[in-house]
Ligand binder design. Structure first.
Ligand SMILES: *[C@@H]1O[C@H](CO)[C@@H](O)[C@H](O)[C@H]1NC(C)=O
Ligand SMILES: *[C@@H]1O[C@H](CO)[C@@H](O)[C@H](O)[C@H]1NC(C)=O
Ligand SMILES: *[C@@H]1O[C@H](CO)[C@@H](O)[C@H](O)[C@H]1NC(C)=O
Length: 422
């Protein structure tokens, strides 16, 4: 198998060039206001040396002039205040991030260091037109600056805090990509890893997974739970249903890998699995020499480590993140209930367009037991899917009665991306 390199994260933080011009104008204005008033003050002290006969008149004038001066002074103060505000704004702009307020107290210094952008030492890069290096961080991190600061609070060159739960919490709040850190993540000795392809279906010591922050502390506990719609007992790859998934169907909604691969007429070599549980889809594909990358977070279980221990490729990525693949490169996308977006049609549309983007023409989208709570939702989903004009190679709508005795609608489909000519 070839190596796969990923460059996750596109610069999503907004930044703006600071305007030195406007700061010069500010300084000039401030200067002129101050000199005007100095002149007034000078004229005032000078005229008091005049004749004593006119003292009365002068006094009257002075009173008038004092009120005038105090008016001027308050004007100056206002001007200074607004200049200070502008300076703070300029500082923010110089740091390059308008959305993340680094001037707040308690912001971790490492966050500032990470976000500081640097001019390229040799000036503008002629090929890319880039003049400075900008750190990539999700703009929604701004909503969670306290958590982000907590995340960036560590000893440089020291061990990272054991805080992957915090990292995942940030990602789930839309803070993605996370900033990089300059500390050493805890290493867990991965003893007893099996060579590929034996690794696909072998138990490994549970000690190689990180259990901190999880309510389960072993695989038996995980297997006794329904972790999500696509993972009920999915860590049992020795005796569980996982061993039959994709090779023996339980119903008409369960397609078999060999049937689907046959629809791709031999052109399916690389794929992407969304919400792939413990990696069994990728495992079945690996047995057929198809390389599948599995996107998963570690919600309630060490999915990423488990998939990796099987010799498969996990990506720690939420579904809100634009997929880290170029356009038209993937032969197959397999999506189970990871696509569930809580009934928000626009969100599903953005997701579908991203799937469509990475899928090559002629590539397959396999919707696997996609759940809809009722027939209306299923129809809405169908409408969204149909607008992409895919060829329906397989389309099965099934109904199941769930534990609570309610009927649930499931859609399974294999769709082929058309070659769109414009
Ligand atoms: C007060 O200001 C007026 C001009 O507004 C000036 O003519 C006058 O000499 C000033 N009087 C004093 C006492 O400075
Ligand atoms: C493999 O793991 C399962 C739990 O997933 C456990 O029940 C079983 O005893 C393990 N088998 C071996 C040989 O370690
Ligand atoms: C996978 O590739 C290996 C090595 O090229 C080959 O021996 C094997 O037959 C292939 N398996 C399938 C299912 O194509």
């Amino acid at each position: 198998m070839g190596s796969v390199s990923l460059k996750v994260g596109d610069g999503t933080a907004r930044f703006k060039r600071a305007s030195f011009c406007s700061s010069a104008v500010n300084v000039l204005m401030l200067f002129s206001v101050i000199t005007t008033n100095l002149f007034a003050l000078y004229a005032f002290t000078y005229s008091t040396k005049k004749d004593s006969q006119t003292t009365h008149l002068i006094l009257h004038h002075t009173q008038k002039n004092i009120s005038l001066i105090s008016e001027q002074v308050s004007l100056i103060l206002r001007e200074i205040e607004s200049s200070q505000k502008k300076l703070a704004q300029m500082e923010k702009e110089l740091l390059g991030y308008e959305s993340i307020d680094l001037s707040k107290p308690n912001v971790a210094n490492e966050l500032k260091v990470f976000l500081q952008h640097h001019l390229l030492p040799l000036g503008k890069d002629s090929r890319t037109g880039i003049t400075e290096m900008v750190a990539s961080v999700g703009h929604s991190c701004e909503k969670s600056t306290d958590l982000l600061s907590q995340y960036m609070n560590y000893k440089v060159n020291g061990p990272c805090p054991n805080d992957w739960i915090l990292a995942q919490k940030l990602i789930l709040k839309g803070c993605e990509p996370l900033p990089r850190r300059r500390c050493f993540a805890e290493t867990i000795p991965k003893v007893g890893l099996q060579p590929f392809p034996f690794s696909l279906w072998k138990n490994v010591s549970e000690k190689i997974y990180s259990w901190s922050g999880l309510s389960c502390k072993n695989l038996a506990c995980l297997n006794s739970k329904k972790l999500n719609r696509d993972c009920a007992g999915c860590f049992d790859i020795i005796n569980g249903y996982e061993t039959q998934k994709y090779v023996k169907g339980r119903g008409k909604n369960d397609f078999l890998v060999d049937d689907v691969l046959a629809m791709g007429s031999g052109g399916i070599r690389i794929g992407f699995d969304i919400g792939g549980g413990s990696g069994t889809f990728a495992a079945r594909m690996a047995e057929r020499n198809v390389t599948v990358v599995t996107a998963t977070l570690n919600i309630d279980a060490p999915f990423n480590e488990f998939i990796a221990a099987r010799g498969l490729f996990p990506v720690f990525l939420s579904l809100d993140h634009r997929f880290p693949f170029y356009d038209n490169v993937v032969d197959l996308v397999h999506a189970a209930n990871g696509l569930d977006v809580g009934g928000r049609p626009e969100k599903l549309e953005f997701l579908m367009f991203d799937i469509d983007r990475i899928l090559r023409a002629g590539g397959l989208l396999w919707l696997d037991n996609f759940y809809s709570s009722n027939e209306d939702k299923r129809r809405a989903l169908t409408r969204i899917i149909e607008q992409f004009g895919y060829k329906k190679l397989k389309w099965v709508v099934g109904e199941k009665i769930n534990g609570a005795g309610k009927s649930e609608v499931y859609l399974s489909a294999v769709l082929q991306k058309p070659a769109r000519v414009r």
